[in-house]
Design a protein around this ligand. Structure first.
Ligand code: PRX
Length: 655
């Protein structure tokens, strides 16, 4: 846990990066924020700074205090009441934005729908009434397991409208993953769909949901959205399963919003940690909405006529904060696309940008690296001149990918905002402000105004220039309020490394002489595969669940496109024959247990795993082997010959 961040050749190169890109005069002049004073003003009085954004939202009752901070517990805007769906929908539907497009949606097969703010208002209210009619009340948990279709945003906002807590589970997760998440938070109702589309194939979500729900006693009702024209076979269980369209047909459009305390729970979102069990990150209403509203407004420089597209799936936090809550709270037009970037061709994203005149585009480095590999012809054949701002999120972006994005997508005209944050932080924490910040490729630059971050060493001493662990030293409105049902883990994971309510991010980082932050990746047992966060222990548990596996150790290794790939070292039970087929079977087993995103890239069968004399697996050695690095000191090893054997085996499969 307390290892200093590994310095790979890529990171070394990153730290040699000296190019600087100030915003163009044209961009700066029109930007909402172009006065550097904002930083000093926010730092002098962060509470007043956040309060300014809170005032731009609609409250039912004003707050009496901005912040009550009893580490590790923060309460923001106490005494205030509001409703998130009113802020994301009603207030725009009541205004001149009534007929403005809220969601421009495109399915992978090419089907399209546009919902205005007024449409969204009516459908959210209707679905809120559906939930109510099925007995869902304030505080109940509702699981959402859907493809990227408008109904997912509608269902989230409908939950928020009646005070139910949504728990969105990414549609690529397995039945078991869905089951565990439903059971952990005891959801009463599940909303799913007959299926979704990915690279031309139907993903049969209802079938997976059926398997999950066979073992979730808390679920009373399953609502099924019919995804499209294609007939996807579905078995409806009497007394439990209801069609979304049948229920909606009968529901009234009038649903008065529930008055929510600023600290009432808005949602739970599960994310991977350092144990085998994902944790339910809890976000509350007022602070989260203020945080996502403020960061979406300033970092994306949102204007009334922008067409904004964040390519993330809503199943991840990026989708929660920057497909749904942040942009809709701002009354923006949001593009949603269901499928893969290379379907039917490798210019699908650029075709969408061209067709809808997208002005702001936010994606992950793993996608940018794939675009690089596919070549510049694909974007070149499309008109991307509507773009004015580009964003990156989810993992460190290497300077090559940054420059490629800048040249070939941004045409050297669009500022790039590389935004660092986490499921736990709710919103962006370290990011440029596009009209203000001179960016450096590979650096997320500076904290958002009002946010305090530092690099600390293990002893908790600040490292003003140099590398160490990234810490957040003051509370912020959108911060997590806990891990659902696990207070101890919340304290232990985030607030026990250093005293005084300092939050430990799990990331290594470096600060340069000019105060820029450079994120170096996780320092714990969390890996980031194609922008997806995974716990190595989760994958290990899935592997040892297989009857032939005795022991497993999983590490991340660098990967040209995905950032990191999963390497699994496995020992088999006595009498089991090792074969390529078994390796394939194990990969399939993990994909089935967790979801395709967790499928290991390499399985290395080992006679033994390197252990210390006290029996602890030496993961760092395994990482070095997987990275093909020279192995240093192995004196603590029980059997040093194990390492030599493993290296040989690894080289053999790498071929
Ligand atoms: O390691 C950091 C990396 O993603 C982790 C958070 O993952 P998750 O909770 O799934 O949220 C992803 C979307 C916000 C962080 O601990 N990370 C995220 N953004 C960046 C990043 N690493 C470097 N640069 C970023 N811009």
């Amino acid at each position: 846990m307390s290892e200093t961040p590994p310095v790979s050749p890529e990171i070394d190169a990153l730290l040699q990066e000296h190019r600087v890109f100030p915003p163009s005069e044209a961009f700066r002049a029109q930007a909402a924020v172009n006065d550097p004073e904002v930083y000093a003003r926010a730092a002098a009085d962060p509470e007043a700074f956040w309060e300014g954004f809170a005032r731009e939202l609609e409250w039912m009752r004003p707050w009496t205090r901005v912040l009550e901070w009893t580490p590790p517990d923060a309460k923001w805007f106490t005494g205030g009441t509001l409703n998130a769906s009113v802020n994301c929908v009603d207030r725009h539907a009541r205004s001149a934005r009534r007929n403005k497009a809220a969601l421009i949606w495109e399915g992978e097969p090419g089907d399209r729908r546009t919902l205005t703010y007024f449409d969204l208002f009516r459908q959210v209210s209707q679905f809120a009434n559906v939930l109510k009619s099925l007995g869902v009340t304030k505080g109940d948990r509702v699981a959402l397991y859907l493809p990227l279709i408008p109904e997912l945003a509608i269902a989230m906002l409908a939950c928020a409208r009646i005070g139910a807590v949504h728990s969105v589970v990414f549609g690529g997760f397995s039945a078991e993953s869905l089951r565990d998440r439903i059971n952990d938070s005891q959801c009463r109702l599940l909303v799913t769909a007959d299926g979704g589309f990915r690279r031309g194939h139907v993903v049969a979500l209802k079938q997976v949901a059926d398997e999950a729900v066979a073992d979730t006693p808390s679920i009373e009702t399953v609502i099924v959205v019919q995804r499209g024209q294609q007939d996807i076979p579905v078995v409806m269980k009497d007394g439990r399963d209801r069609w979304y369209h049948d229920l909606m047909r009968e529901a009234s459009h009038d649903c008065p919003p529930e008055e929510m305390d600023a600290e009432d729970m808005l949602y739970i979102l599960y994310t991977s940690g350092t144990t085998g069990k994902p944790k339910g990150i809890v976000h509350t209403t007022g602070g989260y909405l203020v945080g996502t509203y403020a960061t979406a407004k300033w970092v994306f420089d949102l204007k009334e006529d922008d067409v904004y597209w964040c390519t993330a799936d809503i199943g991840w936090v990026t989708g929660h904060s920057y497909v749904v809550y942040g942009p809709l709270a701002n009354g923006a037009t949001v593009v949603m696309y269901e499928g893969a970037p290379d379907w039917p061709e490798k210019d699908r994203f650029w075709e969408i940008v061209e067709r809808h005149g997208v002005t702001i585009f936010y994606t992950a480095p793993t996608a940018i690296r794939a675009f690089m590999r596919w070549g510049t012809d694909w974007p070149r054949r499309r008109d991307l001149s509507s773009l004015r701002l580009l964003g990156s999120v989810g993992e460190p972006i290497n300077p090559e990918a940054w420059i490629w994005y800048h040249l070939h997508i941004g045409a050297e005209r669009c500022p790039i905002v590389d935004t660092w944050w986490q499921t736990e932080t709710g919103g962006m924490m370290i990011t440029p402000l596009p009209g203000l910040t001179a960016t450096k490729p590979g650096s997320a630059t500076h904290t958002f105004p009002g946010i305090s971050a530092e690099i600390l060493n293990d002893a908790g001493e600040p490292v003003p220039v140099g590398g160490g662990l990234l810490a957040l030293t003051k509370p912020w409105p959108a911060m997590l309020r806990g891990i659902y049902g696990d207070r101890d883990r919340f304290i232990k994971q985030y607030f026990s490394r250093w005293p005084g309510g300092i939050y430990f991010t799990g990331d290594g980082a470096k600060r340069d002489e000019e105060g820029y932050f450079w994120l170096l990746g996780r320092v714990d047992d969390v890996i980031n595969v194609a922008g997806h966060r995974l716990g190595t222990m989760e994958v290990e548990s899935a592997l040892v669940d297989h009857p032939h596996v005795a022991e497993a150790a999983v590490v991340g290794r660098s990967h040209e496109i995905k950032g990191q790939a999963i390497a699994a070292f496995v020992t088999v039970k006595e009498g089991v024959a090792i074969s390529e087929a078994l390796g394939e079977e194990l990969k399939k087993h993990v994909a089935h247990k967790i979801g395709a995103i967790a499928r290991p890239d390499d399985i290395i069968f080992a006679a033994d795993l390197p252990k210390t004399r006290s029996g602890k697996i030496m993961r760092r050695l395994l990482r070095d082997i997987a990275e093909g690095k020279a192995i240093g000191d192995t004196t603590t090893l029980a059997d040093p010959a194990v390492v030599a054997r493993l290296k040989e085996q690894y080289l053999a499969i790498e071929g």
